[in-house]
Ligand binder design. Structure first.
Ligand code: ACO
Length: 405
């Protein structure tokens, strides 16, 4: 070790063998029974059920129950679950005051990270993560309160009064109400918008060990407060290489502006000296079409048929068509991912671009908390503690101040 900093051959004698796998490209960090995905086939299963069937036949809360509990609910279990979730939606008045500490134009993901982390201060005393009942209550609180917090972020951004949740509405209906109703005016919930949002939430609900879920597991592995662990996940999701991609896609389409500019931007994406990437393209695991992107493209057409065509849709479809014929994208198996079309749907529903990633965070909350519960309940749980391959200076002696030239 002292003689050569990269002599791995001798290092193992002291420390044993370990893998060097930047980005965890081929390292399983855990065992999990929640989500299965086959990147070559483009297949995604939640607890064994294909995503296509769940998106067509179930609601987001049904799927949330499935992810959390391992089985689909019976009719009675679903009614009970919906009742529990709708009765945990309120946030404490003191929590609402947190928002005043943020600039009115703060990014909602910045506010969400802070506000969700602060739940640790509100629900700490009676929290015993070793008690399965408390874990369940934590999961219910998070699933229920996340839309309320996201809507409060939006209202803070547009400087309108916060709208209290309504228990008589569906999960997504209530979110639309909290975002778009005002104290002076009711908001009429369009069933097409409500359904489209619900399906998007199902598609975003879990995706095994993606960066934000792995972050939640790693943060939670120290037995940290679960609200703090989820806040870490939200912070990770924000990045444009992950959940921030839906916002980045819309900004990219606006930047491209017109079908005639597509070739120029494709060339930029291929140029290794240019940092520009086709946002919404490529995935670490899918080397075939992302099955969620296929479903989303279908919803996109339905929503735009109702809300009027968005020229970005035409642009996105042409971009996809041209990229999928291009050798660079074909060779690297770069297909549209879940976020390529989701932003166009959200935009059509009147959701502002900055709120796209908070929408993703609401949907992914059930995935994060299901993984947290699975990890914390595992009797073989260990604190997450990766190793490193040290490439710094070899051991040396500290010189006196006058000797450092
Ligand atoms: N545009 C242009 N080239 C790309 C793109 C892209 N969107 N994505 C990957 N590539 C290229 C890489 O430059 C690399 O080329 P090289 O082999 O010549 O060096 C090759 O394809 C492999 O890409 P990696 O970056 O090694 O793949 P990785 O698995 O590490 O990254 C990622 C996956 C982060 C999703 C990447 O494809 C990307 O940045 N995409 C755009 C952002 C995006 O849409 N993110 C959302 C992902 S889905 C989600 O999180 C919900």
């Amino acid at each position: 070790h002292g003689e050569s900093v990269v002599d791995i051959g001798s290092l193992h004698k002291e420390f044993g063998y370990f893998t060097y796998d930047p980005g965890f490209v081929s390292t399983s960090s855990c065992k999990s029974a929640i989500t299965y995905l086959d990147g070559d086939k483009g297949e995604l299963l939640y607890r064994g059920y294909p995503i296509e069937q769940l998106a067509e036949q179930c609601s987001h809360l049904e799927v949330s129950y499935l992810l959390l509990n391992g089985e689909l609910p019976t009719a009675q279990q679903l009614t009970d679950f919906e009742h529990i979730i709708s009765h945990h939606t309120l946030i404490k008045d003191a929590l609402l005051k947190f928002f005043d500490g943020f600039n009115y134009d703060a990014h909602p993901m910045a506010m969400m990270t802070g506000v969700v982390g602060s739940l640790a201060g509100f629900y700490h005393d009676n929290l015993n993560i070793l008690d399965p009942e408390h874990r369940k209550i934590t999961a219910h609180r998070l699933i229920a309160k996340m839309p309320t917090i996201a809507a409060a972020c939006y209202k803070h951004n547009i400087q309108q009064p916060f709208m209290y949740p309504r228990n008589d509405l569906s999960y997504c209906g209530n979110l639309l109400h909290m975002m778009f109703a005002t104290p002076c005016e009711e908001y009429e919930i369009d069933p097409i918008a409500e359904k489209a949002m619900d399906v998007l939430f199902i598609l975003h609900a879990d995706h095994e060990q993606n960066a934000s879920t792995s972050t939640v597991r790693l943060a939670g592995s120290s037995d940290a407060n679960p609200y703090a662990a989820i806040a870490a996940g939200i912070a990770c999701l924000w990045g444009p290489a992950h959940g921030g991609a839906n916002e980045a896609v819309l900004r990219m389409l606006d930047q491209i502006g017109d079908v005639s500019n597509i070739e120029k931007y494709i060339a930029k994406a291929k140029d290794k000296n240019d940092s520009f990437k086709l946002m919404g393209f490529g995935h670490r695991v899918y080397k075939n079409f992302d099955p969620r992107a296929k479903i989303i493209k279908g919803i996109c057409h339905q929503v735009l048929a109702k809300y009027g065509n968005d020229p970005r849709m035409e642009l996105a479809m042409r971009l996809e068509e041209i990229a999928l014929r291009d050798e660079y994208f074909v060779e690297r198996k770069l297909y549209p991912n879940v976020d390529f079309y989701s932003g166009i749907i959200y935009k059509a529903l009147g959701i502002p671009v900055e709120m796209f990633t908070p929408m993703f965070a609401i949907a992914r909350t059930v995935g994060w908390i299901s993984h947290w519960v699975e990890m914390i309940s595992d009797p073989a749980k260990k604190i997450g503690r990766p190793r490193q391959l040290y490439i710094g200076a070899a051991k040396r002696t500290v010189p006196g101040l006058g000797e450092r030239g």
